[in-house]
Design a protein around this ligand. Structure first.
Ligand code: ADP
Length: 364
């Protein structure tokens, strides 16, 4: 009775269970395993587990350390969480595998508990696709938005140029030409024209470097290019933005994505409700062993407690008409740079966002 009961539990378990010997030959398999792989596993021709799950290294699982490492990877995620499995019809599947050792009459065997996670992997891939799509659309929108801000920024020097030229015309039109004064107005017009072309140069840099590739960039330059735009927003709110990133600091990144990231965090700081104090925002960065870390913080009221746990989830917003996508997109961008983004209170008294940009994944 006990043995049949155990057998029936094993056979009907929702996960595939197989027992393999020291070289990986399958010696026993439950019904779920046979159904999942679509073939007999422990009867007839011997089947090696590597033929079903190629990344399993049975020899490695013979040691306690190897087994521990294998199971830890399964539980904690990382690259190997979803191991590729091959079913008899050739269909690609993904599995999460846990291993345990047992012995019979001195011979060592392994039990492998195999969970089908194919649907989970497909759903995750679909979510990732959607995020990339949103990032792309958001990028287009923000470029449009930037263009209108730059137009706004250009308006000032252009009006100033007209005024200076007008003044120069008046001076030159007089019978006694005051050459010093005329030259002063022309030089002032020239300086304004340079300012205008600087604005255009920055916008072009912003767009033309949108290669989608990660390049070695000066972070102070990357952030510097968006400052004219952010400063317009800040001026309107009488806020103050300080950038504290050493000129010599370099990082491998997608410039436009990082600009979107910083822009979004700063805009959130500017959007936060008033506290009565003059709004201060600090962007600071420092080189780390594997890349770079940037902190964007403010002296606002901080993130509302109820929002904090799901801050980076899409559609989380406390703003009237807010889409709640900004921070979720920030996270996607940071993940594309093998980094992390976290929220915590700032020493300035408000919200603090810390993100890292790494040259490669820490697991790689
Ligand atoms: P949205 O800006 O559309 O609301 P986000 O994902 O960018 O979407 O932000 C989500 C929410 O996080 C905001 O609605 C706000 O409640 C909170 N938040 C983000 N940054 C800050 C900040 N610097 N200070 C206070 N609250 C913030």
């Amino acid at each position: 009775m006990e043995a049949s009961f155990a057998r029936s539990i094993l056979d009907d378990a929702p996960m595939a269970v197989v027992a393999v010997d020291g070289v990986g030959t399958i010696k026993s398999a439950n019904r779920t395993a046979k159904a999942f792989f679509g073939r007999e596993l422990a009867a007839g021709e011997p089947v090696n587990i590597v033929a079903l799950i190629p990344c399993i290294n049975v020899a490695e699982l013979a040691s306690d350390k190897g087994l521990e490492r294998f199971n830890a990877k399964c539980r904690h995620g990382g690259d190997c969480l979803h191991r590729k499995a091959i079913r008899v019809n050739g269909a690609e599947a993904f599995v999460d595998v846990q291993a345990a050792r047992f012995s019979v009459k001195g011979e060592a065997f392994l039990t492998l508990f195999i969970q089908d996670v194919t649907a989970v992997v497909a759903a995750e891939a679909a979510v990732q696709d959607l995020r990339l799509q949103i990032t792309y659309n958001w990028r287009l929108n923000s470029l449009g938005e930037m263009a209108s801000m730059v137009a706004h920024e250009l308006n000032q020097p252009l009006s100033a140029i007209l005024n200076f030229l007008d003044a120069a015309k008046t001076v030159v039109g007089r019978p006694e030409i005051d050459r010093t004064n005329a030259l002063k107005f022309i030089r002032s017009a020239e300086a304004q024209a340079e300012r205008a072309s600087e604005v255009i140069r920055r916008l072009r840099a912003l767009m033309s470097r949108d290669t989608g590739f990660h390049t070695d960039s000066s972070l102070s330059q990357v952030v510097g290019e968006i400052m004219p735009i952010l400063n317009i927003n800040a001026r309107e709110l009488d806020a103050d933005i300080t950038v504290n990133i050493p000129d010599e600091d370099h990082v491998v990144c997608d410039r436009v994505q990082v600009q979107q990231l910083v822009m979004n965090l700063v805009r959130n700081s500017l959007d936060a409700p008033e506290t009565g104090e003059r709004r201060r925002i600090l962007i600071s960065g420092e080189q780390t062993g594997t890349g770079y870390s940037v902190r964007v913080e403010d002296n606002g009221p901080g993130v509302p407690e109820a929002v904090a746990p799901k801050l980076f989830d899409p559609l989380t917003s406390t703003k009237l008409g807010g889409m709640g996508l900004g921070l979720s997109i920030c996270r996607t961008i940071v993940e594309a740079h093998h980094g992390t983004i976290t929220y915590g209170p700032s020493a300035l008294g408000g919200a603090g966002f810390l993100f890292t940009l790494n040259d490669r994944s820490p697991d790689a």
